[in-house]
Design a binder for this molecule. Structure first.
Ligand SMILES: Nc1ncnc2c1ncn2[C@@H]1O[C@H](COP(=O)(O)OP(=O)(O)OP(=O)(O)O)[C@@H](O)[C@H]1O
Ligand SMILES: [Mg+2]
Length: 225
C-alpha cells in the first residue's frame, strides 16, 4: 500500500490582487521506504505542496492520504498527533527555537513526539553526531553558521524516527561535501529504517539518487522520471 497519496490537490491563496491558484490537480502516490525528489523552479509550488502533504496546511481541493488514512478530513487533533509522531519536517526557513541550544531544540521535538524519556538524551546526542555537530550542542541558533543551523534542523526532524520525512531544500546552505553527507544519511534512513523521504532541491546533481522524481511546473506535476 502507498504510504502517501495526493488526490486532486488544488490550492488557492487570497491576495490583495484577488485569489491566486498555486496548485492544480496534483495526483501521485509514494511507496514506503523510498526517496522522492520534488523539483521545480522557484515559485512553482514546491513548499506549498510539501506543507500540505506534511499536514502543516490544508488544500483548497482534494485529499491527502497518509498510511491509507484521509487526513484532510480528520480533525485538527488527529492531524496534530500524526504530524508530531509520524512526520519529520525540515523547513526551508530552518525555524529553530532561538532561545534553545542545539541540544534543547532536538530534545524538544522528542518531547512533543512522546519519545521514551529514558532514551531522549542518547538519541539527541546520536542525532547531533549523525549531522557532524556533536561539538556544537550547547550553541544557540544565533551562534551557529547557516549550514550548521540547517544540519541541526535536519537532526531535529529525524530524531523521533518519523515514518515520513519531508525535507524542503535541506542542503541549500551546505557545501558539496556536506550535502553529500546529508543525502547519504537520508539514503541510509530509507534503506535501513524503511523511512520514506520526500525532499525538494534545486541541485540537479542529486536527482540520480532518487527512486522517483516529481517535476512541478506552474503548480502542476509534469511527467518526471
Ligand atoms: N500564503 C501565501 N499567500 C499568497 N501567495 C502565496 C502564499 N504562499 C505562497 N504563495 C505563492 O505561491 C507560489 C508558490 O510558492 P512556493 O513557496 O510553494 O514556491 P516554491 O516552489 O517552494 O519556490 P522556492 O523554490 O523559491 O522555494 C509563489 O508564487 C508564492 O508567491
Ligand atoms: Mg520553497
Amino acid at each position: 500500500m502507498s504510504i502517501l497519496t495526493a488526490e486532486n490537490i488544488g490550492k488557492s491563496f487570497r491576495s490583495s490582487a484577488g485569489p491566486i491558484k498555486v496548485l492544480h490537480n496534483i495526483n501521485f502516490s509514494i511507496e514506503p521506504g523510498t526517496l522522492t525528489i520534488l523539483r521545480g523552479r522557484s515559485g512553482s509550488g514546491k513548499t506549498t505542496l510539501m506543507n500540505i502533504l506534511g499536514l502543516l496546511d490544508v488544500p483548497t481541493e482534494g485529499k491527502v492520504f497518509l498510511n491509507g488514512q484521509d487526513l484532510t478530513s480528520s480533525g485538527e487533533d488527529d492531524r496534530d498527533e500524526f504530524r508530531r509522531t509520524e512526520i519529520g519536517f525540515v523547513f526551508q526557513s530552518v525555524a529553530l527555537i532561538s532561545r534553545m541550544s542545539a541540544l534543547e531544540n532536538i530534545d524538544f521535538s522528542l518531547r512533543i513526539a512522546s519519545y521514551d524519556p529514558d532514551r531522549r538524551k542518547s538519541r539527541t546526542e546520536e542525532c547531533l553526531h549523525l549531522v557532524g555537530l556533536s561539538g556544537r550542542m550547547h550553541h544557540r541558533p544565533g551562534e551557529l553558521s547557516g549550514g550548521e543551523r540547517q544540519r541541526i534542523a535536519i537532526a531535529r526532524a529525524i530524531a523521533h524516527q518519523p515514518k515520513i520525512l519531508f525535507a524542503d531544500e535541506p542542503t541549500s546552505e551546505l557545501d558539496t561535501h556536506m550535502s553529500l553527507h546529508i543525502v547519504r544519511l537520508f539514503k541510509h534512513l530509507v534503506a535501513e529504517k524503511g523511512t520514506t523521504v520526500i525532499m525538494t532541491t534545486h541541485d540537479a546533481g542529486m536527482l540520480e539518487i532518487a527512486d522517483k522524481v516529481l517535476s512541478i511546473e506552474d503548480g502542476e506535476i509534469r511527467d518526471g522520471e
